[in-house]
Write a protein that binds this ligand. Structure first.
Ligand SMILES: *Cc1c(COP(=O)(O)O)cnc(C)c1O
Length: 353
């Protein structure tokens, strides 16, 4: 399919790297492709970035028919630009779409639209250490009726935002509150799908934790509130007596690409990794006995985020002496090294633009 290109003649002034933050600035263009039941996916295009005009009855505004992805374009040491495992994001987009009865898209077509878009906007990929061009594909139902049924019209759009370094002041461990009231997802629900609705349901606990001085919440399972699920919008890993333990993908947990990459790096380096149920009681015992050596979240935005304190039912536990652990640091160095093209990519994960 030929991708139409309408150039933005009013190019923006690119922001200073020090002012970037996360998701505040957007590039000159956006990529878009439309789906209808009659025509399937059609009219792929890269057009000037602009506000959308949608019908007030549009499905997405009423019934939350929306999914998204998040990945980054990285500026290589040699000046080129590359993506990290983009096909994994496209596969997950389709898995999320399937769950919400949104249309899935041919993987190669989606990758072509994504890479053409990054080619057009590559000058927006910043050069400073730790910065990147964040890519946000999102797909939503867009029927112009209030009837509740599977959608007949949808839009897939990709926008891009230059983002600053997550760790401007060095990698400092964060304090995490274990949430024992609200739940993020249940098995059979949409926990494994990257959908906006999961975020809407998570906001209240996140705000409560923030008000008490915690960075994020650690979610427990939605049935028994007994098993560890994930932390904020990141997957979570623990080093207990030398073994890396991470909750298994049970259906209510988001299958993170960073999680998957961490597991592959750890196994390649000879670490024992267990994907299994991990109960809050087991974690409490490990914290009390000192068997818990490291804890960290992992996701595209931060890569890894060490946890320095966990609070459960008012009791505070210090983790890893409040410092970043050896394995956490190793994963950070390995993954960022590959992403920014500073170390050889022996896994074949990078995709040059
Ligand atoms: C996106 C996301 C993650 C992390 O996934 P990555 O592919 O590693 O970025 C983890 N949990 C939730 C809820 C997410 O939305």
């Amino acid at each position: 399919m030929e991708i139409k290109f309408i150039e933005n003649v009013n190019k923006k002034v690119k922001p200073e790297a020090s002012t970037l933050g996360f998701g505040k600035f957007f590039t000159d263009h956006m990529a878009q492709i439309t789906w209808s039941q009659e025509k399937g996916w059609h009219n792929p295009r890269i057009v000037p970035f602009e506000n959308l005009s949608i019908h007030p009855a549009s499905t997405v505004l009423h019934y939350g028919a929306e999914i998204f992805e998040g990945l980054k374009a990285y500026r290589r040491k040699d000046g080129g630009v590359q993506l990290f495992r983009p096909m994994e994001n496209i596969k997950r987009l389709n898995a999320s779409a399937e769950r919400l009865c949104l249309p899935t898209i041919n993987e190669d077509l989606a990758l072509e639209l994504l890479t053409e878009f990054v080619k057009v906007e590559q000058a927006w990929t910043p050069y400073q250490e730790g910065t990147s061009l964040y890519l946000r594909p999102f797909l939503f139902g867009n029927d112009e009726t209030l009837g509740v049924h599977s959608v007949h019209n949808a839009e897939l759009i990709i926008i891009a935002s230059p983002v600053g370094s997550y760790y401007k002041e060095g990698i400092n461990p964060v304090k995490i509150m274990i949430e024992d009231e609200d739940v993020r997802a249940v098995r059979g629900g949409t926990g494994f799908a990257k959908c906006g609705g999961n975020y809407a349901a998570s906001t209240r606990a996140g705000k409560r934790a923030e008000d008490k001085g915690y960075a994020q919440v650690l979610w427990l399972d939605g049935v028994e509130r007994k098993y560890i699920e994930e932390v904020g919008a990141m997957n979570v890993m623990f080093k207990i007596n030398g073994t890396i333990v991470t909750p298994m993908l049970s259906g209510s947990i988001l299958p993170g690409i960073t999680r998957k990459s961490c597991i592959e790096v750890l196994k390649s380096k000879g670490f024992k990794v267990e994907e299994r149920l991990l109960s809050i009681d087991e974690l409490k015992n490990a914290m009390a006995s000192g068997a818990l050596e490291e804890a960290f979240g992992c996701g595209t935005a931060a890569v890894v985020s060490p946890i320095g304190e966990l609070c459960y039912q008012g009791v505070k536990y210090e983790v890893g002496g409040g410092k970043i652990g050896e394995v956490t640091q190793m994963l950070y160095d390995t993954l960022t090294g590959i992403q920014w093209g500073k170390v050889e990519d022996t896994f074949g994960w990078t995709y040059k633009i």
